[in-house]
Design a protein around this ligand. Structure first.
Ligand code: PAF
Length: 314
């Protein structure tokens, strides 16, 4: 299927062709944008004549296919104006380094990683980029290269940690997706949103790796319920120490709500573990523990889970 819009719209590059990268590529193509997926060299095999065919299955048995340009990031040698970065947190800095010669201070960049700490890394190693942050609850998983399942419709918020307003490119991006019916907006509270997601990820993801279970199974026994409570208590103490007490009000209730809503899902961390690929633990629990240490706060339950996941990774 090709979009029938003829109006020229900004050309978006998407770095990282996993589930979220392919999902947003499909949204952009549907809304009349042209898209280039930047893939790792190893993914070249899935490309046909510098094109990728993205297949998006929905849970209602519908399936759509969208074609876009795709190329290994090493082959790009021109200026990129609009870039969405959908790589895993631990791959982001290296992935951006590989195309930094294509980026200018005017390039609009949206970071879509789970966890926190990537922004600080980028500021240190590639300063001066025009970065925005995205946080999404869209549920998607990858069946095979360029073939994803859009398992749950969610909300996406974009914002800037430095308080910048949306620029023209970003406003057009958001409006075009809204017209499609995608629940997306620009938020002045992106730091709070990223913190809340970090807190939920700290309470859910490593625990699903410990018990090797789907999210919903965490509610099946008293012991995991109690651990969730302790984890939330520790996470809230860290937020309080950093003056973000009001950001995590009712954290435990929020965590239980997310678990119930995503009961059938395997968390992203469990999926990484089962695929034998590195997890985002350093950018989730690791980030929290760094903040805790700076304020002399003990987080024994988070520490235990961190150690466990790190040990599994070898
Ligand atoms: O990382 C994930 O898998 C998700 O953010 C969440 C909310 C834990 C649901 O699976």
């Amino acid at each position: 299927m090709e979009s029938n819009s003829t109006k020229p719209k900004p050309h978006w590059h998407i770095l990282g062709a996993g589930a979220i990268g392919c999902l947003f590529a499909s949204f952009l193509i549907r809304s009349g944008h042209s898209v280039t997926l930047l893939v790792r060299d190893g993914n070249k095999a899935g490309l046909f004549d510098k094109q990728a065919c993205i297949r998006v299955d929905s849970t209602t048995d519908q399936s759509e296919e969208w074609t876009c340009q795709a190329k290994p990031s090493e082959e790009v040698n021109y200026t990129i104006d609009s870039l969405m970065v959908c790589t895993k947190a631990h791959q982001t800095l290296a992935a951006l380094e590989s195309i930094k010669h294509c980026l200018t201070p005017d390039s609009t960049i949206i970071l879509m990683q789970n966890g926190m700490g990537v922004y600080e890394q980028i500021q240190q190693h590639i300063p001066g980029l025009n970065i925005f942050h995205g946080s999404t609850t869209e549920g998607a998983w990858q069946q095979s290269p360029f073939h994803i399942v859009h398992a749950g419709v969610g909300t996406t918020q974009i914002g800037s940690l430095s308080g910048k307003p949306a620029n023209n490119i970003l406003s057009k991006f958001i409006t075009s997706l809204q017209i499609l019916g995608v629940d997306i907006g620009f938020s002045q509270e992106i730091e709070k949103i990223l913190w809340r997601k970090l807190a939920v990820n700290c309470a859910v993801n490593p625990l699903t790796v410990l018990y090797q279970c789907r999210n919903g199974e965490l509610l099946d026994n008293q012991q995991t319920r109690q651990t969730i409570s302790l984890l939330c208590h520790e996470i809230t103490a860290v937020a309080n120490a950093w003056d973000h007490a009001d950001w995590l009000e009712q954290l435990e209730e929020d965590v239980l709500t997310v678990i119930r809503k995503t009961a059938q899902n395997r968390s992203s961390m469990l999926q990484d573990h089962l695929r034998n690929t590195p997890t985002e633990i350093n950018f989730i629990t690791g980030y929290l523990l760094d903040l805790a240490e700076k304020q002399n706060i003990c987080c024994p339950e988070n520490q235990k889970l961190y150690n466990h996941v790190k040990q599994l990774q070898g």
